[in-house]
Design a protein around this ligand. Structure first.
Ligand code: APR
Ligand code: ZN
Ligand code: ZN
Length: 361
């Protein structure tokens, strides 16, 4: 039996979000219905609302979520009713060339639920990142669910579903930060802050946090930054060089997504160092670099897509580290809010007041 539940939708470009009733069908083959317990508010939700991703309104927003599997469809073996799960953007196929070569994060044939959730009048909803979790319940592909230790609070666990995983993964999976490395993180919001935390976990000796907002630099210190640089008042490239004995950092993580910070990241790395680009640029942005600098400095420029994470490997591991007190994921939950406060949370996010507001249901 299809169910009616409360959810937050963006009905039209730029219009404020609204709480409404949606229809969630029973799970079909390969699908699961998840009772959402918590869902973080992310920039991507705001981009959907603003029409910056596509025009497939109305959107069912929310995608950094954790909850309990309520029911599963035919043939589902990944999860069972009662499992505590973190949701991820895309179920991978397991069959394509990327999957077979052990790189499912680049799967060519990912999928979400095949059935659609709708408004009461039958209008089909587009779930944000194939999830749509500002809702009491949502329908996903079973492969989008990863079972983790239920001792973790949902508000903390859900954050691994997007921004925090992107940051930790940028440092550890993409950047390959290792014991004794010097790391610089440019932009220390939710994503960059998580890159700081990931670098500490990986044993970096020196972690230089760069931001234009002193509040973010303060938080970065609590997450493990050993040095901070306010790039409004200090040239960050110079400062990073000075703090690394004149060399530059072994790994630089860019978590802003602007040409000037991409450039800073490029020049702040040591010879043969790695630059990890996790900040998402807009389509019109370009960056001009002298080819001799690209050639002459060696190393690697890498982009990091969803922190190059493998949900089934990374989510349970990071939750276990959190439960052991070795990974301060709680630091990212600035406030917990109700479903009807998403619009206000967007405003606070815009002003840089929060790392994450998390809807708790
Ligand atoms: N130099 C340094 N820091 C900057 C600059 C700048 N020129 N401009 C903005 N910042 C800082 C902000 O002060 C803020 O702390 O970058 C941080 C951005 O953080 P958030 O707004 O919290 O965004 P976040 O969720 O961390 O995402 C950052 O990563 O995944 C991408 O799409 C995401 O492009 C976005 C980026
Ligand atoms: Zn997100
Ligand atoms: Zn595949």
């Amino acid at each position: 039996m299809a169910q009616q539940v409360k959810a937050v939708i963006a009905r039209a470009k730029g219009a404020p979000v609204e709480v409404t009733t949606i229809v969630v069908p029973d799970p079909g083959p390969g699908e699961a219905v998840v009772r959402i317990q918590a869902c973080g508010v992310c920039h991507t939700d705001l981009h959907y609302r603003e029409g910056g991703i596509n025009d497939e309104f109305p959107f069912l927003l929310g995608h950094e979520a954790a909850g309990v599997v309520e029911s599963v469809g035919e043939g589902v073996t990944e999860v069972a009713p009662g499992d505590f799960v973190i949701l991820n953007w895309r179920a991978v196929c397991g069959q394509c060339r990327a999957c077979r070569r052990g790189r499912p994060q680049y799967c060519f044939d990912t999928h979400n639920a095949r059935q659609k959730m709708t408004l009461l009048d039958g209008t089909e909803l587009s779930p944000a990142l194939g999830i749509g979790a500002f809702a009491e319940k949502t329908l996903v592909a079973a492969g989008q669910c990863t079972k983790v230790n239920p001792a973790a609070e949902p508000a903390v666990a859900g954050l691994l579903g997007c921004g925090v995983m992107a940051g930790i993964g940028a440092a550890i999976n993409t950047g390959g930060v290792g014991r004794g490395d010097s790391v610089a993180v440019i932009g220390c919001g939710g994503v960059g802050g998580a890159a700081v935390l990931g670098s500490r976990l990986a044993g970096a000796a020196r972690i230089i946090a760069v931001d234009i907002d002193d509040r973010k630099l303060e938080t970065a210190r609590t997450l493990g930054a050993t040095h901070t640089v306010n790039s409004r008042t200090t040239d960050p490239v110079e400062a990073i060089r000075e703090l690394t004995g004149g060399h530059g950092a072994d790994v630089v993580v860019e978590a802003v997504g602007r040409p000037e910070t991409y450039r800073q990241a490029f020049y702040a790395r040591d010879l043969a160092g790695t630059v990890v680009l996790v900040g998402v640029p807009t389509p019109e942005m370009t960056l001009e670099l002298p080819l001799l600098d690209v050639f002459g400095r060696g190393g690697a420029l890498k982009s990091s897509w969803y922190g190059d994470c493998l949900p089934s490997r990374d989510f349970p591991m990071l939750i276990d580290l959190y439960l052991q007190g070795r990974l301060d994921l709680r630091a990212f939950v600035t406030e917990t809010i109700e479903l009807d406060a998403v619009e206000q949370a967007f405003a606070r996010m815009h002003q840089g007041d929060v790392l994450r507001s998390v809807v708790v249901l």
